[in-house]
Design a protein around this ligand. Structure first.
Ligand code: ADP
Ligand code: MG
Length: 686
């Protein structure tokens, strides 16, 4: 087996399973090895049967005395029942709906069982435990150890995934160190092979901690390496110093239907000064959802246009690109600026569909001042001319390499660079990760905003929430419903878009117009649905997190979030920011099946807190890892493990990256190079 082998080559991995793994982004054996658990179950202590109590999570090592399956009369499901025995006593084991177990396990065999003990009317039982036959030739994978728990997709089980990953153990053991030894020993790190082994199948908790530390270090190291390298490459370049043109800027601002907030003015001024220098600007514009970043950018683009240069704005999704485009066409109509759209879905100039050829000619003749698009801006053959400013909305969706591709298209000069994000990244963190990237903050919201009323809705009040939604819709408003996954997966009880859509459209609101939207739909279909929603052609949009960033539908006043415990606080805040964008009072209604104390506390904190920065800080404390902004829309580089509150670790990794760049060449470290490239490709697009 090799790292580059397709997962299909693994034993017992058929077509169907392969498809499911592909859905998780796993194509090669190496992908599988780098797919880390999100938590662990501690089944390392083996308990005697005589010593188990109600509610305990235990591992029992015992012999099967009898095992048989039967159909339960009332619920018509298949039960497998067994009696097991260690030398301390006997215990009943029950599995639901897994009839094959009666054939897999045989009387007389010695087996490990890990699961939950329940004492009820039927006596003391071990319910649905994981099991694993005793095998002297290999280590346990599913039981009697610290067991990894992975994120799954519909139709895939923990046991399967764990099994496949365990098949790669011999290969993991041969993985060579990817960082210079000087760095490994300097930072007192575990070896890479050991770290990968222990992240999946920890020897003990101390080893797990070291493994996480090693891999976190590497994640931050890679990000720092990319940033420092990009910076070094940028350093020698010059840009056009854009003159600040006061009169047209003032006139533009006066024509706006609202007054700019002080923070908006300050940010706009910082950007105008930034592009006013011959040193390429590299600035992050950070502002909570609805804080009005777009208009600040529009002001900068106006100046660039008046200087005779082109601005290009890249958005993470087709929907968002279109929305910006339409907004700009209107906004700049009086300025007589021409705006173009460039996405996979199509090319347009000021509202008219055009061919690639026509668009290129227009660019070449400097007939266009602003181009908005998706990553098609990079992939398409269109060449830019006199590119003065590159703006990236929701910057975390794009890697350093992608930025460079955009820049390289213009051969004559280096454009200024501005990225925007609504993800509140605490300042210290932004500095630690992005170094001395210039930062503009918009903290205050426009005055006309009414605070959104947020509520955690208990299941018994669900109907009331629907009733309330109906009233809102009857008075002309619209509603969003967000769900965590697309397919009905699972035992996790995750509400899926299609399930919720069915229930709402058929049973709850059969008289209202309900639509659904998810990332697997075609770009055109997604656009159409968003356009229709915007045009009030329907009332309720049931969606996955694809609508998380940027969408502006001022008439929507209700945001319902299903399975809210599955999202980070900062991410929930992003969803909430989809409403409260117009003049009407808006509401965010949060639902969860998980009534654990911690979950409820966390969600109550969300409901009570309006400040996105406070939520991000809390998230950082509570979840303390890279996926804190949600896996896809991570506001930061794609870090799986790195604890970003660990400033010490960040500092160490920064120093190491510095050292590496000064002494080593990445081509001499092929496996590190793979990881570096991986950090790029794991940036997700819809
Ligand atoms: P975001 O920062 O989330 O990208 P947008 O730029 O989309 O926010 O702005 C949200 C809405 O607020 C838009 O409809 C915009 O026209 C409006 N807006 C922006 N600035 C102001 C302001 N100073 N006063 C009132 N409304 C504003
Ligand atoms: Mg925006």
């Amino acid at each position: 087996m090799k790292l580059t082998d397709k997962i299909e080559l693994l034993p017992r991995l058929g077509q169907t399973t392969a498809k499911r793994l592909h859905y998780l982004g796993l194509e090669t054996v190496e992908d599988l090895i780098w797919y880390f658990p999100f938590r662990y179950e501690d089944f390392s202590q083996i308990r005697l049967i005589s010593d188990v109590h109600d509610g305990d999570m235990v591992t029992i090592h015992g012999q099967v005395e009898i095992i048989a399956s039967r159909r339960s009369r009332r619920q018509r499901r298949v039960l497998v029942e067994a009696i097991i025995n260690d030398h301390s006593g006997q215990l009943k084991v029950v599995w639901f709906n897994q009839p094959y177990i009666a054939k897999t396990l045989k009387a007389g065999e010695y087996v490990y069982f890990s699961g939950k003990v329940e004492v009820n009317n039927y006596g003391t039982q071990l319910l649905n435990p994981d099991y694993e036959k005793e095998n002297q030739y290999r280590e346990n994978v599913h039981t009697a150890r610290i067991v990894p728990v992975y994120s799954l997709t519909a139709g895939l089980t923990e046991k399967q995934l764990r099994y496949f990953i365990s098949q790669t153990i011999p290969l993991i053991k041969t993985i060579q160190e990817n960082l210079p030894l000087e760095i490994i020993s300097g930072a007192k790190l575990m070896s890479l092979a050991d770290a990968l082994l222990n992240i999946h199948f920890p020897r003990d908790f101390a080893a797990l901690k070291q493994a996480k530390n090693r891999l976190s270090f590497q994640e931050i190291f890679v990000v720092q390496y990319l940033i420092k390298k990009a910076k070094a490459e940028l350093a020698g370049n010059t840009s056009i110093a854009m003159k600040f043109l006061e009169k047209p800027t003032k006139e533009f601002v006066e024509r706006l239907p609202f007054k700019l907030t002080n923070d908006q003015k300050k940010a706009a001024w910082e950007i105008i000064q930034g592009v006013g220098q011959s040193k390429p600007m590299n600035r992050l514009l950070e502002g909570d959802v609805g804080s009005g970043k777009t208009i600040v950018v529009a002001l900068s683009m106006l100046n660039v246009a008046r200087n005779g240069y082109l601005s290009v704005m890249m958005a993470p999704t087709e929907i968002l690109a279109r929305q910006h485009y339409q907004n700009f066409v209107k906004l700049y109509a009086k300025e007589r600026l021409t705006v173009a759209l460039l996405t996979r879905g199509g090319k347009e100039i000021n509202g008219e569909k055009v061919t690639a050829k026509k668009l290129q000619t227009a660019i070449d003749h400097q007939d266009i001042q602003i181009i908005v698009g998706t990553q098609a801006l990079i992939q398409d053959k269109i060449k830019f001319k006199d590119l003065g400013l590159v703006v990236i909305d929701e910057q975390h969706r794009f890697g350093v390499k992608q930025r460079k591709t955009l820049i390289d298209k213009e051969q004559n000069l280096m454009p200024h660079f501005l990225s925007m994000t609504a993800t509140p990244i605490p300042r210290s963190l932004a500095l630690a990760l992005y170094g001395d990237l210039e930062l503009s903050l918009i903290k205050e919201l426009p005055k006309n905003r009414r605070p959104i009323i947020s509520r955690l809705v208990e299941e018994i009040n669900r109907d009331k929430a629907y009733q309330f939604t109906r009233e809102q819709i009857n008075s002309g408003r619209q509603a969003f419903v967000i769900c965590p996954l697309i397919d009905a997966s699972d035992n996790l009880g995750v509400k899926s878009v299609s399930e919720v859509f069915d229930r709402l459209s058929k049973h709850v609101f059969p008289d209202l117009k309900v639509q659904m939207l998810h990332g697997k739909m075609k770009a055109d279909d997604k656009n159409q649905i968003m356009q229709d929603f915007y045009a009030k052609n329907f009332d309720i949009l049931v969606s996955t997190s694809v609508i998380e960033v940027g969408i502006d539908v001022p008439n929507a006043t209700i945001m319902m979030i299903e399975g809210a415990d599955r999202f980070g606080l900062a991410q929930l805040h992003q969803f909430r920011g989809r409403v409260g964008r117009g003049e009407h009072q808006s509401y965010c209604l949060v639902f969860t099946d998980n009534t654990g104390v911690k979950t409820v506390q966390r969600l109550n904190f969300f409901v009570a807190t309006k400040d996105g920065f406070a939520l991000a800080e809390k998230d950082l404390q509570l979840r303390g890892s890279g996926d804190l902004y949600g896996t896809k829309q991570s506001g930061l580089p794609d870090l799986k493990l790195a604890d970003l509150t660990d400033i010490n670790l960040i500092k160490k990794a920064q120093d190491a990256a510095e050292l590496f760049l000064s002494k080593y060449v990445i081509d001499d470290f092929p496996s590190l190079k793979t990881v570096v490239d991986r950090q790029e490709i794991t940036l997700h697009f819809e």
